[in-house]
Design a protein around this ligand. Structure first.
Ligand SMILES: [Zn+2]
Length: 105
């Protein structure tokens, strides 16, 4: 599953550590903040594994998913271990998403 923007998207952030565009070894988590989607990163599995097992696993959708997503992002932000880079795309009116990529410091 790849929802990442195109390689040549100049709006996409570069890694503050190695200058890489897209997922590099420093990316802890890349997310779509608008749709609360995990796009990639080394913490992706951690996020899913720590999800409440009473929630629906297969569809990726549950009543508590959004709440868990917000809490997880909040924990990453307050941990101080990551550099957050925000960006957005503009495919059309009302369609833009806000993204955040968390790089390991
Ligand atoms: Zn990097």
């Amino acid at each position: 599953m790849t929802n990442l923007p195109d390689e040549d998207d100049s709006d996409y952030p570069k890694c503050p550590n190695c200058g890489h565009i897209h997922i590099c070894k420093h990316v802890a988590l890349a997310v779509d903040l608008t749709f609360r989607e995990i796009l990639g990163g080394s913490l992706e599995n951690d996020f899913y594994e720590t999800r409440d097992h009473s929630s629906v696993k297969e569809s990726g959708e549950s009543v508590n998913y959004g709440e868990k997503f917000d809490k997880y992002i909040h924990q990453i932000r307050i941990s101080g271990n990551f550099t957050e880079v925000n960006y957005s795309d503009n495919p059309g009116p009302g369609l833009s998403s806000a993204y955040a990529t968390f790089y390991r410091k």
